[in-house]
Every structure is written in structure tokens, then in C-alpha cells.
Design a protein around this ligand. Sequence first.
Ligand code: NAD
Length: 498
Amino acid sequence: MPAPYFGMFVAGERRPAHSGRSFAVHNPHDGALVAEVAEGDAADIDMAVYAAEQAAPAWAAMPGAERGDRMHRAAEILAKQMPELVDLEIAQIGRPRREMAAQLARLPEWFRYFGAVARTHEDAVPPFGGNFLDYTRRVPLGVVGHITPWNHPLLILTKKVAPSLAAGNAMVVKPSELAPITPLLLGDVLREAGVPDGVYNVVPGFGPTAGAALAAHPRIRKIDVTGGTPTGKAIGALAGGNLTRFSAELGGKAAVIVFPDVAIERAVAAALFASFIATGQTCIQGARLLVHRSIHDDVVRELVRRTNALRVGDPRDERTQVGPLVSARQRAIVERYVEIGLGEGATLAAGGRRPEGAGFDRGCYFLPTVFTNATPSMRIAQEEIFGPVVCVMPFEGEDEAIRIANGTQYGLAASVWTHDLARAHRVAHALECGVTWINDHHRIDPASPWGGFKMSGIGRENGLVAYEAYTQIRNVIVNLDDATFDWYADDGAGLRYS
Ligand code: NAD
């Protein structure tokens, strides 16, 4: 059976790219062709922006409550389509079924939360001096652009689409070239839910062509990217040329900080989850495990034992705990970093190689990997690897833990593990990062702001702050006095008090 073909999604229709070109999406488990997808470029982006511009005014004019109702409908439809979407996400990116089923089951929450915001958001009446009424109204930006990565294809897209819709914007999406299928299918869900054609458009394609054309488009009012830090910088530079609003969720090198009052089993379970979920391919991956020296050796022993016992395999299998990396390219990057770590003098305590056996022959597999005897300045402890590699480092006291945790260019997330209440908050406040979990890791909610300090990004997803970032303020100042004010009358200037 030939692989399915997916066109772009523009103005509610599936269309081929104007060039007629397409690209292949391969399954990282076995290299099989999953689909051929239309390859959009600058001309297609321009057409999609035009379609969005045609649709934007009516969507913006619709009462927020009505937009909210349609978003609630989208949540219901999405929930029904979960099994198909889960299968497709597994086929595109190779993440295990248990992960994708758990992650996608939460997507409707974003449409419900932001649908509720659309219905309930209240504007302000600032205390303007004198006999005036001042009120503000948050109005949509117009057409916005979303550039998304492959590691959580639908979740990250939804984090951008839901607040954009709630605020009344139309949008053009450039999904990752590795995972464009589910973003295209979201178009069908939104259409069925009553989102007008042209409000949500998807142009699959590559970063330097379609992505750059979207970022540089002069009629896009905001560009929101999730991707690597170099990508964020490149897109920010393009957006700056047009004074386009810009927000970016970028790379990370999260620290998991374990104080000695935490049970070894709990610390190890935390580290495994933080380091190896998504085969380590998350922006908040616990890439650096900082353990108090007094329990360091016990934690390492148990971490190595549990890492070696993880079930690596076919992501379609419900029992699989660790799937392949997304691509041969990503695996080559991880292999290179393992060589770098060894060259730097770190000790390979688990993994560090491809798994052996017939089931792994054609896939992009790599074993979960633990480095010990790593030091904070090593490249493996500084640079984002984006794979299943954790560096374990001991610390003596709280100050040292904070210093190591803060000692990278990144500042996305960290977790602090301790039962000492004062210490937990003290450390959380000292960490230079946008998200800190205390006794947890990688917990997310549509209401809870998400984003990075330093080179991990600009702006925040989730919460009211995300909704507001998809609006602009219209300020209306009303003179409540009917008397004529005449500045140029002889006594006019004296009548004006501001
Ligand atoms: P990537 O930077 O390679 O690509 C991200 C998106 O940007 C893709 O759609 C790509 O086509 C596009 N792109 C690439 N170059 C471009 C350019 N010059 N102009 C316009 N668009 C361009 O990232 P990826 O490999 O898809 O995802 C992994 C990265 O994303 C990691 O660095 C990870 O930390 C980061 N990430 C961050 C978060 C967060 O919330 N902060 C979440 C997930 C992933």
C-alpha cells in the first residue's frame, strides 16, 4: 500500500504546495515511510497569510463566549480522536505509546482552559485623574505565526493555538518537518468544531524556507517559536526586521537537585523520569543530576541498576519504556557527545552505545546513558544534547548546588528534591530559571506559566499571561465633561490641568 499523502491545510482545504513538491516522513523505529507531505515554501506561506487575513476579522468580531464554545467543542472532538492521533504521533517520532497516550489525553484541557478565558476575561478601568473614564480592551493581534518542533508535536502546537484562538487571532503554522501530520489533522478537528476556514492554516516545510518566510513575513503580527536556541535567535532576528512580536521557548539543561533527606528510591525514580522520558528529547530534560555528596554513591548505584533495566524497544508496544531517537541525525549528535564526555574524562556508568539485536537494526535506537565523574564545566554538562544522557555531579552544600545549577547559558527549568520546606523555597528562589518544581519534575498545566530565563527563551506559554500576549491593548479615554475646552481662548491654558 502506498504511503498516504497530506497536502497543506489552507482556508479549510487540503492543497498541494504550489511547487508540487513533497517530502517524506519516516518512522524512527524502522525507517518505514509514514507519509508524503506537501513541501510549502515562501509562496505558500504568503498564500496562507492571505487566507488568514481574510478570516481574521470575523473571528475577532465573534463574542469571546462564542469562540469559547467552539473551543470546548474542539476539546470534545479531540478527545474522541485520541487513538488515531496517538498512533500517528508514535509513527512520526517514535515515542512510546505509554508516553503519547498520557500526553495527548491532556490536550483537551488547553482548549477548555483557554475557551474559558475567552468567555471570562475582563478588561481594566485604570484610575485616570480628573473627570475622565479610562477603559482598556484587549483586542487580537491579527494574523500570528507558530513554528513548532517535533518532540511534542501536538502538545506544543496546542499551547500556542489555544491562546491564539481564544484571543481572536487567525494563524499560520509551520510544523516540524519531522512531525507535520498531526498538526495538519488538528485542522480537521477545529473545522468540525466550528472554527471558520482560514483561521487555522498549516504549511509544512523546512525551517530555512517555509519557517524563515513565515518569520520574515511583514504582515505577521507575532511569531512564536519552540525549538533550539540557535533557531530562536535566527527567527528573532527576522522578526526584529519588521518589529514583529516574538516569543520563543528554546533549549535547556535542567538540573535535578537532590538533598540528602530524600529517600534513595524516590531520588532515583525522579532522575529516571526527568532524564529518560521522551528518550531524553525534552527541553526540560533532567540532563544534570546534582546529588548531595553524602548520598551520591548510593544514588548512582541504584540509578545505574534501574537504567540498565529500562525496557528499550518498539514504541508501539505498551510495555516499552524507552523508544528510539527521532532520527539518525539526532542519534549521531548523541553519539558524538558520548565521545566528547569520554574525552573530557567523565566515566560511562550505563549505556553509551546502541542496543543490540534484530529489533533495533533499522531504528534510531540508543541506550539510556549515565555519566559519572562529570564536572560542571565539561561540554556534556553545559551543552544541550537532546538525548538520553544524564551527567551525575556531587555537591557539598546548598550554595554549591545553586552555583552549579545556574552555571549554564540556559535557564528553562529545574527541580529541587527535599523535605526541608525553607530550603526548598530558598533554592527555588535562587535558581535562574522560569519553571522550578519542588519534589516533582516535568509537571505542566494550561494555567501555569511556562518559559525560560537567559538563553532558554523569551515570553511565556500557558496561563493568562499567554492569552494576553496574543492581544494588544486598546485604551479608550472618555471626557465626561460636556463643556467646551478652548486652549486658545485667553484663559484657555488655565482650564487644562494635564
Ligand atoms: P529546531 O530548532 O531544529 O526546529 C524547530 C522548528 O524551527 C522547526 O519547525 C524547524 O523547521 C524550524 N526552523 C529551523 N530553523 C529555522 C529558521 N532558520 N527559520 C525558521 N524556522 C526554522 O528544533 P527541534 O529539533 O524541532 O526541537 C528540539 C529543540 O526544541 C530543542 O532545543 C529543545 O530544547 C527545544 N524545545 C524547547 C521547548 C520549550 O518549551 N522551551 C519545548 C520543546 C522543545
